[in-house]
Design a protein around this ligand. Structure first.
Ligand code: ZN
Length: 682
């Protein structure tokens, strides 16, 4: 499974099993990304925008802390990933590579007027094709037809000497054919209705069912992921068969390169398990044997030591209308050392937080154990994982392997951070009440947000116990259990963010970090997060419900003493916190009550809290938030360029170091990739 965001809208399920205190629940949650505003590097002029898209950069924190062998491992995996890049283009649509070749030839050789409106339209189209790894929108799956004319395009082709079969050009401009890459319209044959290249001409759903029915039947309890690594085609005589993606099969030229780099990676593996997994992956690519893929996944799931990890292969099946065939992708990951350090310090002191919590003594755990949570930093992505990238991944996908051998769930820390940065200072300046708040947020916003997340995960979900004889929260609190669990974890974090203990532990310099996070939390819970909602909609998502619940309950509770004030100025609303210590007490009270609800399984009280504070939005304020946000002109879809890894060699050709840099532009990176990794297109 993968999880990603559109303009701050979280799209799919969980990443970390943001779970319950006692291991009795398996709360399926969305991740912890919020509309919180964190401000660092990217200047607005560094963000490239076109159509509904914008391109961001990410850093690789921790890269220079790696040993030389670890850097080599990252580099080899990164090269392996890119070597397979052309596969995703071909998988997405049968003409994508030819079209890309022509567009790139024109983009590189055009010598006419670049301020010409038609040329701008051409480059927008080309950028969109690069962004989607093909001519269908990466998210809506709809084909985008050029805004410039067929005549203009034919002119560009002949001017630059680019070649493209005229039938393919017809397809590009045709408003009726191959319109949807993946169709989920069940009233028609899903495969015939989809333009994906996972199936050959005339293959139908029925063909697929017939082809796999017996194999699946015979597979028993431990089936392979049938169809994952092949294209299914129908010969003229009606025979249906698989074209397998392997070293001596379909995509041979690309896979051979992938294998070459994976072998080098295996040679510098950090430990035996990791090396064994890489070896199995190589065998799988060489043979195309899906049993090897299962064995690889088992070994990979258990290879948890080491600082480097990776996703590599035909993995997710969202690109197949019948959900069998895997899109090629690669993600290289490095442990987030800072986040791990923060989590370790919190985990060592978890008993302090339990003992000093505002919850009733009878609900405290005598011996509390911190929840472990994995944050990694991405060091390179390829295939389906880029330019549009997930923010978290939970693999393997095979259910029986997950159940019997475990799975890995990671949050992609530097990507999450880059997304937060994408809003830039714009959102902060629009919604913060005064200059002090803005300045302090610029200074402490990032660490405040990271501390909140770490505390939420490690001590928040770990805290508290359920009374004897009371069922699990899922049983007692039912559909409100997720929201209440998230609120409880947030409140533990908020309550302790103003505790001097954090300074004493060396986690933060000053409790101003906590005050910054309070500002952010109230601003977000009362206003900013509503920019994710359609007009007239209720809040459905558990984290969003919890944030509004906590913020609006605290606002109401503190009204008499003016703890938080709502200010109206020039037709705009702002929230200003006047008494942070009092707000901490209020957060403590709500924490105590929500813990009581969970410990006693008090459904009615839980339901009232969520329904009264977390679900309905103030429609006037919501409209105001939408208007103020849209004026900021933030593109709905974000994608990324990858940092460049450059090896430094000595005279004998041995790698002595690897250096990082950022590409000059999105266009430069895309042209470079096609030039150097175009194994199926040249
Ligand atoms: Zn959580």
């Amino acid at each position: 499974m993968k999880h990603f965001i559109i303009s701050g809208i979280l799209l799919a399920g969980t990443l970390a099993s943001c779970g319950g205190a006692d291991g009795t629940e398996d709360v399926e949650n969305t991740d912890e990304v919020k509309d919180s505003i964190v401000y660092t590097p990217l200047q607005t002029d560094q963000i490239e925008k076109f159509a509904d898209l914008q391109i961001l950069q990410y850093d690789i924190p921790g890269f220079y802390q790696l040993t030389l062998d670890q850097k080599k491992l990252v580099y080899y995996l990164y090269e392996a990933g890119l070597s397979g890049r052309d596969m995703i283009w071909d998988q997405n649509y049968r003409h994508n590579l030819e079209i890309r070749n022509a567009l790139e030839h024109i983009a590189a050789n055009y010598s006419g007027d670049t301020s010409d409106a038609n040329w701008e339209k051409f480059m927008t189209y080309t950028n969109r094709v690069w962004f989607s790894n093909g001519i269908h929108h990466h998210y809506s799956m709809d084909k985008f037809v050029p805004d410039f004319s067929r005549e203009y395009f034919d002119g560009l082709l002949s001017e630059t000497g680019a070649e493209l079969n005229s039938e393919v050009v017809d397809r590009m401009f045709d408003n009726t054919a191959d319109m949807k890459r993946v169709s989920l319209d069940g009233s028609k044959d899903l495969i015939l209705g989809s333009a994906t290249n996972f199936y050959g001409e005339n293959v139908t759903e029925e063909d697929v069912n017939n082809f796999y029915a017996e194999r699946m039947e015979a597979a028993g309890d431990h089936p392979v992921e049938f169809g994952l690594n092949s294209r299914l085609v129908k010969d003229e005589d009606g025979t249906v068969r698989e074209e397998i993606w392997k070293a001596d099969g379909m995509y041979s030229e690309a896979i051979t390169e992938v294998v070459k780099w994976l072998k080098l990676a295996q040679g510098v593996a950090e430990n035996d398990e990791q090396g064994k997994a890489l070896g199995l992956l190589v065998e799988y690519y060489e043979t195309g044997d899906l049993e090897k893929w299962s064995q690889f996944n088992i070994t990979w799931s258990q290879a948890t030591e080491g600082d480097i990890d990776y996703i590599q292969g035909f993995v997710e099946v969202y690109g197949d209308p019948v959900g069998m065939r895997g899109s090629y992708e690669s993600i290289i990951q490095i442990t987030d050392f800072d986040a791990s350090e923060r989590m370790a310090v919190l985990a060592e002191n978890v008993q302090y937080f339990e003992d000093n919590s505002s919850i009733m003594d009878e609900h405290k755990k005598e011996k509390v154990v911190g929840v472990s949570y994995k944050v990694v930093n991405v060091a390179g992505e390829a295939g389906d994982a880029t330019p549009s990238t997930p923010i978290g991944v939970n693999l393997p996908n095979s259910n029986w392997i997950r159940a019997e051998h475990g799975s890995k769930s990671v949050s992609l820390g530097n990507i999450v951070m880059a997304y937060s940065n994408a809003g830039g200072e714009g959102i902060l300046r629009e919604f913060a009440n005064d200059e002090d708040e803005i300045e302090r947020t610029i200074k402490y916003g990032e660490i405040g947000s990271k501390m909140h997340t770490a505390m939420h995960e490690v001590i928040g979900h770990a805290s508290g116990q359920i009374n004897e004889g009371v069922g699990t929260p899922k049983e007692t609190l039912k559909n409100y259990s997720s929201t209440l669990e998230e609120a409880r974890a947030d409140l533990v974090a908020l309550y302790f963010l103003l505790d001097e203990k954090l300074v004493e532990l060396g986690l933060i310099e000053t409790t101003d970090v906590g005050r910054t996070e309070y500002d952010d939390y109230i601003r977000n819970g009362m206003m900013v997060q509503m920019r994710r909602l359609e007009p007239g909609a209720d809040i459905e998502e558990a984290h969003m419900r919890n944030r509004q619940l906590v913020a609006s309950w605290a606002f109401e509770r503190g009204q008499e003493e003016n703890v938080i004030e709502r200010i109206e100025r020039d037709g705009k609303s702002y929230y200003e916190i006047h008494d942070y210590d009092k707000l901490r007490v209020i957060f403590g009270e709500l924490l105590r009550e929500i813990q009581r609800i969970k410990s006693e399984g008090d459904y009615e009280a839980g339901k009232n809290l969520v329904e009264n504070y977390g679900v309905k939005v103030d429609t006037e304020l919501h409209q105001q938030v939408l208007d103020r946000s849209s004026a900021l002109n933030i593109a709905p879809y974000n994608g990324f360029v990858n940092p460049i890894l450059t090896p430094v060699m000595d005279e004998d050709g041995n790698i002595t170091d690897i250096l990082l840099s950022q590409p000059e532009s999105f266009k430069a990176q895309m042209l470079y990739y096609s030039e150097n990794y175009g194994f199926l297109s040249h």
